[in-house]
Design a protein around this ligand. Structure first.
Ligand code: 3PG
Length: 398
């Protein structure tokens, strides 16, 4: 694939799709990970004499009111703080103001234009020009620059005007360094992992993870399943689960997966169960049935040991989804222990994908000790399912 370092950037207007879809509170960016992750590409373009034209979506725009809250202005400000350099913010997604600002941009300078999804609503009507990849919009944005660098891995599962649309209308689309890194680690894990390869999957719902479980069962040596979704597998194994999360319509599927996977699939052997969904609930640790009136909210100590034993010696680990309700301190232990164990694995490539597990890794303070924390939520899930992501497919070959 073509990457930004293959391009001659001097004096070029460089269109750069980034994923600056970051959380905001009262108009302030509360987590700048995605901005920080895009800095290497932005700095590289600036240092090599390119004129960086940055754009991203932010949230979902369904009405004119949404536009008041979801402006890119505070994001551009955050970028300026991180770069320690001025960033021009243009409050438009098209038209003379934007075009003039681009024409006034000098080599090594950077501008950010308004939320690409503002194009989804025109005069109060939902037209979805960006989200439905209106061909005219992609063509227009492509006309504003000389080359296109796509560094928005987090948006790679969307086929929108600001990624696929531009790529279809410009001579060359190159991956940014973040995109390259995500493909290297997530793509490497699903295509060519160093073995043993162990996947740890968690999270509340089986239905969200079916694709990943199925795909990784074909690639990994072991697939550990914890978190809320494990209880549907417990029922499939004939256990009683009290009031724990259960997806009845996924029971047959769970049975099938258990039968197909054999000892490749590693399930919890005990649980920390609570009499209410609350940090202060009364708890019991059970290694058999969960009593009526109780719900499993974390894996128990024997599961923690079993999972660590399974992970021992792994050379590739993909972690997606927490082992319990880690937001509540009394049910965070499983996620914490398993997550910190990953950080001790020697010579292993440890990859975290998906919003929740990323939040857990950060909350646990182990993010720096893991090889790669993906900036993708939905994108990393779809990638781990083995799907072709339109944003990646649209990058030119070398
Ligand atoms: C994300 O946060 O997962 C991406 O930025 C995509 O956002 P979307 O789900 O609103 O398309």
């Amino acid at each position: 694939k073509l990457t930004v370092s293959d391009l001659d950037l001097q004096g070029k207007k460089v269109l750069m799709r980034v994923d600056f879809n970051v959380p905001l509170k009262d108009g302030v960016v509360t987590n700048d990970n995605r901005i920080v992750a895009a800095l290497p590409t932005i700095k590289y373009v600036m240092e090599n004499g390119g004129r960086a034209i940055l754009f991203s979506h932010l949230g979902r725009i369904k009405s004119e009111d949404d536009k008041k809250v979801l402006t890119m202005k505070p994001v551009a400000q955050k970028l300026a703080d991180l770069l320690g350099k001025p960033v021009t913010f243009v409050p438009a997604t098209e038209g003379p103001e934007l075009e003039e600002a681009i024409n006034n941009l000098k080599d090594g300078e950077v501008l950010v234009f308004e939320n690409t999804r503002f194009e989804d609503v025109k005069d109060g009507v939902e037209v979805k020009r960006e989200s439905k990849n209106d061909p005219e919009l992609g063509k227009y944005w492509a006309s504003l620059g000389d080359v296109f660098v796509n560094d928005a891995f987090g948006t790679a599962h969307r086929s929108h005007a600001s990624n696929a649309g531009i790529a279809a209308n410009i001579a060359q689309t190159a991956a940014g360094f973040l995109m390259e890194k995500e493909i290297k680690f997530l793509g490497g894990a699903v295509e060519n992992p160093a073995q043993p390869f162990v996947a740890i999957l968690g999270g509340a719902k089986v239905s969200d993870k079916i694709g990943i479980i199925k795909n990784l069962l074909t690639k990994a040596d072991k697939v550990i399943v914890g978190g809320g979704m494990a209880y549907t597998f417990d029922v499939a194994n004939g256990k009683k689960i009290g009031n724990s999360l259960f997806e009845e319509d996924k029971l047959d599927l769970a049975k099938e997966l258990i039968a197909e996977a054999g000892d490749k699939l590693v399930l919890p052997v005990d649980a920390v169960a609570a009499d209410a969904f609350s940090n202060d609930a009364k708890t019991v640790v059970t290694d058999g049935d969960i009593p009526d009136g109780y719900m499993g909210l974390d894996i128990g100590p024997k599961s923690i040991e079993l999972f660590k034993e399974t992970l021992k010696g792994a050379k590739t680990v993909v972690w997606n989804g927490p082992m319990g309700v880690f937001e509540m301190p009394n049910f965070a232990k499983g996620t914490l222990e398993v997550g910190s164990y990953l950080a001790t694995l020697e010579g292993a490539t440890t990859i975290v994908g998906g919003g929740d597990s990323t939040a857990a890794a950060q909350q646990l303070g182990i993010a720096d000790q893991l090889t790669h924390i993906s900036t993708g939520g939905g994108a990393s899930l779809e990638y781990l399912e083995g799907k072709i992501l339109p944003g990646i497919a649209a990058i030119s070959e070398k």
